[in-house]
Ligand binder design. Structure first.
Ligand code: MN
Length: 152
């Protein structure tokens, strides 16, 4: 009985002294920001999820587009994964058709492919963006998506 208690006590002590390496980054620990006018049309809110480090090589963010809001045309030097979490949106690559995206859709954009993503004209859309970093860059911004292109 004494031995069992002693072992239990030693386990509790070691658990208390153990330095956690896993990191839990809670919602609200970083402020939201507005998508800058230069790179977005309409109301866009960006909630940073995590920064890149030497192991991940990518940056994560939750992006929420109000109805009618969208990114400018852009490319990613090492590609991007979008995971739609809410609403209904559109994505289009240069030369391709505008395509609808819904919650649960996972979209891979290869390096260098010119594209945009956003809400539809009538509904909001949120996605998590996992954007790979190459030589310190993760996006190359281009011209805005015109209303004509957006509604085409
Ligand atoms: Mn993109």
């Amino acid at each position: 009985m004494f031995a069992t208690t002693a072992i239990l006590a030693s386990l509790l002590t070691s658990a208390t002294a153990y330095a956690e390496s896993m990191e839990i980054m809670s919602p609200g620990s970083r402020p939201s920001s507005e998508g800058p006018e230069a790179n977005f049309t309409g109301s866009v809110t960006i909630d940073p999820l995590y920064a890149a480090n030497e192991n991940t090589g990518n940056v994560g963010g939750l992006v929420t587009f109000a109805p009618g809001a969208r990114s400018a045309w852009h490319t990613h030097p090492a590609g991007q994964i979008l995971i739609v979490t809410a609403g209904t949106g559109w994505v289009q690559e240069d030369g391709g058709e505008k395509r609808q995206i819904r919650p649960g859709d996972v979209i891979w954009t290869p390096p260098g492919v010119k594209h945009w993503h956003g809400a539809t004209d009538k509904n909001a859309m949120s996605h998590i963006a996992v954007t790979n970093v190459k030589d310190g860059n993760n996006v190359h911004w281009m011209e805005k998506v015109s209303d004509e292109q957006f509604l085409d």
